[in-house]
Design a protein around this ligand. Sequence first.
Ligand code: NAP
Ligand code: GDD
Length: 325
Amino acid sequence: MSEPRRALVTGITGQDGSYLAEFLLERGYQVYGLVRRASSQRFERIEHLRERVELVTGDLLDQASLSRALTLSRPHEIYNLAAQSFVPTSWTEPVLTAEFSGVGVTRLLECMRQVCPEARFYQASTSEMFGKVREVPQRETTPLYPRSPYGVAKAYAHHITVNYRESYGLYCCSGILFNHESPRRGREFVTRKVSLAAAAIARGRQKGLAMGNLDARRDWGYACDYVDAMWRMLQQESPEDFVIATGEMHTVREVCEIAFSTLGLDWREHVTLDPALLRPAEVDQLVGDASKAREKLGWRPRTSFRELIELMARSDYEAAGSPRT
Ligand code: NAP
Ligand code: GDD
């Protein structure tokens, strides 16, 4: 019997890492996850997988730890999902964001080059790199114009991934993913912030919800659909970059409308505006053209925007339990 394929997932404790680990386990992979040491570990998203995945400690700031993780796991596939991924934090911690989300990728690529050059590498690139967009919709060839320190760090990471492919002939792909959400989304991101608040208000546990720019628009998809695309990129004959998106833009206002109405509420009675939540610079028309992924990977999104927001609101409502008396 041939040995199982091995995958190393950085960022396994995050939204995408947890879904990708499930996806790979279902396909018979032996899954290793890179985790950082913390004074109290938060493994909620992978609690149900703890017996089935191998956790290796390491940090994108520490090259020796990455080298050790690759030596231990001997991966056929590396998925680099770890990053400081919250855009507002990148203005308050710009250097750390550059270290994690930018230079950290070079550390990992350099280790791969030395330890396991035959492995295949996936880099979690982002639509945030398009920022002040140069064309609508955005494609793999659209020039980058990032508008946040996070976007700048990710643009560096994107180019270094391409550079290692071209300089050393490594199998490195960059997936340029547009926003994707789920019930496991971090609580500070807008869709989850809204679904959590709608659930808490419906349960009588919260009074109102302060929001930033309601006119902001994004191309929002479902995280479970998107991890499938990551895997498909590493199964191609030769490495290429792909945009992964739904091709539809919606506003934050629509997120509020759907989440609240799913739970029988009118969002206008609960949502207030807080200028402190506005960003120093916004990105205006992020919407992706995923035709290359459709044609070459056979990938397409399966979950609509409305279905996504409804399932998030229902999930948070269930988790919030019964109303207080
Ligand atoms: P997430 O939930 O914020 O997860 C980030 C992960 O990175 C966590 O597991 C975190 O570990 C880990 N991490 C952070 N800094 C690290 C470091 N220095 N060393 C090792 N691990 C570190 O992010 P996500 O939504 O799953 O996104 C996954 C990746 O895709 C990220 O790179 C993100 O930038 C990118 N991306 C996301 C989207 C999206 O819409 N979700 C779109 C495009 C691209 P802890 O648990 O220890 O904090
Ligand atoms: N977080 C948040 N909180 N965003 C708000 C709020 C609020 O109260 N009110 C309005 N917004 C708007 C933001 O101004 C932004 O335009 C939009 O909602 C989406 O914000 P986030 O959900 O925080 O996501 P993001 O688009 O900045 O970044 C996410 O997607 C990127 C892909 O484009 C992250 O997952 C990044 O890591 C990812 O690369």
